[in-house]
Design a protein around this ligand. Sequence first.
Ligand SMILES: [Zn+2]
Length: 664
Amino acid sequence: MRKIIFICFIFFLMSCGKKIEKTELRPRPVNEMGLIATYSSSFAKLHDVPIHAVELGEGFWKTRLDFNHNRAIPSLLQLLEEHGVVDNFRRLSGRQDTARRGYRFTDSDIYKWIEAAALSLQSYNSPELKAKLDGVIDDILAAQDKDGYLNTYFMDERAKNRLTNFRDDHELYCLGHLIQAAIAFYRGSNERKLLDGAVRYADFIIERFGPGKKQCFAGHPEIEMAMVELYRTTGEKKYLDFAGYLLNDVDVANLEQPVKSSDFDYAFSGRPFFSREELVGHAVRAMYACCGATDYYLETGHPAVWNTIKKLWRDMTFYKMYITGGVGSRYSGEAFGAKYELPNDRAYTETCAAIGNLMWNWRLLNATGEAKYADLMEKILYNGFLSGVSLHGDFYFYRNPLESFGDMVRQPWYDCTCCPPNVQRTLASLPGLFYSTNSEGLWIHQYNNNELNWKLEDGTSVFLAQTTKYPWEGTIEIEILPKNKTEFSLFLRIPEWTSAASILVNGEKTPSSAVPGSYYNIRREWKKGDKVVLDLQMPVRVVYANPRLKENAASFVIQRGPVVYCIESPDHPGISIFDIFCPIDTQNPATGFKPHFDQNFLGGIVSIEIEALVTTHSLEQVPLYDFEKYFLPTRTTTMKAIPYYAWANRGASDMAVWIPWLVE
Ligand SMILES: [Zn+2]
């Protein structure tokens, strides 16, 4: 019997590792490719719309993209220059006589900056930024070795150490970012120069490593999704196969340098992806690995990889994700914790991990067309991602705790500056995340003022305009102008948070009701001037945690629309926010909350006030235990909540997302 089980197991492994042949790519011009080009992906249910097809109008996201383009991207290049990141390339080509500076993975920072600038240039016409971009790319390519190798830390005096320590050296990680930067630049400009350089380096690696050759593994995943995107860009299947090798087929017993088993947990790499049972280890690494695996699934339909992806997504959303969409709760190792290990003040929640989560869910949305992935993207965008950047776009958080005691100040630069350029490339990519197409029609995932100028998959040109005060109000007007009268489906995401949604088409109510957490399909013959009005009820919500999450027992979170709120000390002078309790009417928990829009407060937000209680003397004056012995007089106070993303824009402050409640 045992023998039979063993044979079955071997067969299972063989079938998991089996190469899956892909059907022919559907060719598409490079300037029509989106952020990830899923148009040709055999297992994509939805397909990409290029960034330049979506023009944001004045509103929530345009303000942030303007800051990103005008302030943040130029100022970060200046900081990268000041810290020697570009000089590290110039010294190799003799253009600069200087020592190499920074961590071994600093090349990835300038690559991410290139990606941000290249994506931003799809939305903004800026010859000045293009010239700077060309200059940086020229400096990078001038440093490349004749054989294709390119990593400033392992050239010159450290050349003998190159490609020997995959666990620590980040060479494949930096290559992944080079490939992504090159693809973004190519898709935006139609210029191949950086892509050709990236291809030469990718080929250098693939010629030396892989099945039947020397073994390597991704000490920091990232390379997998880059390789799949390189396949989508060039049509060369060897890049897809190399991604599959890194995900599932590395012969870890024969690595150049022995690696401990625990390192494969920390890196979320090395062992077959399809053998993973839960999210462990370094959160950014795990999220990037999941992105790469989902990209691989989109091309191959690999069933075991897909089963694992679904298992890991459930593990994250049921046990290991904050209400902000942030992940990676543990300081030690910047890692995922155990089930329900989600401390608020010690939350690590690196900005890059939230970005990885966003990128993963974009791929999952492309794979399935299921609203839960777009809902989670929205949650991350307005909360766990956006908290990582200041209101003016050029000060950042590396960590994003949900509670703070006055010790967090945003910085323009971190010695490990992975997050700032990651924020920038994410903001610049945003227009590419609003829409998709499939053979049935057009899908709207995110709501904000914008105009879409694109085409259906049968080639019919379509213009669509959204007008809304989202996320502060839930009404979205959508005007549709197809070039000719055309029948197609318009899929509208009905967010999971809405209490009720109604849809009018040219003033008439749609026959069936819209279900939160799904897409509503309006199929009809559309003609110029047709108008859809989507009305999403957006009451203040009181959100409780699963009691297994003991950290948040007897606390609640205020949420309105997609926005998670917090309370912050500047809004509560003279008292500690940690002495505030909020009476909750259990029959009607949202009673008493007063939302108010103020254009001149924190960049224009809806703040929410409620009459709450504050202890007359601080709780710090009472011992830890036998609390029931103490009578604590209270008085009423106005508690003011602001969007979590807007905290720490008024200097160091106390902040809390979870608020203690009292039953009335
Ligand atoms: Zn980071």
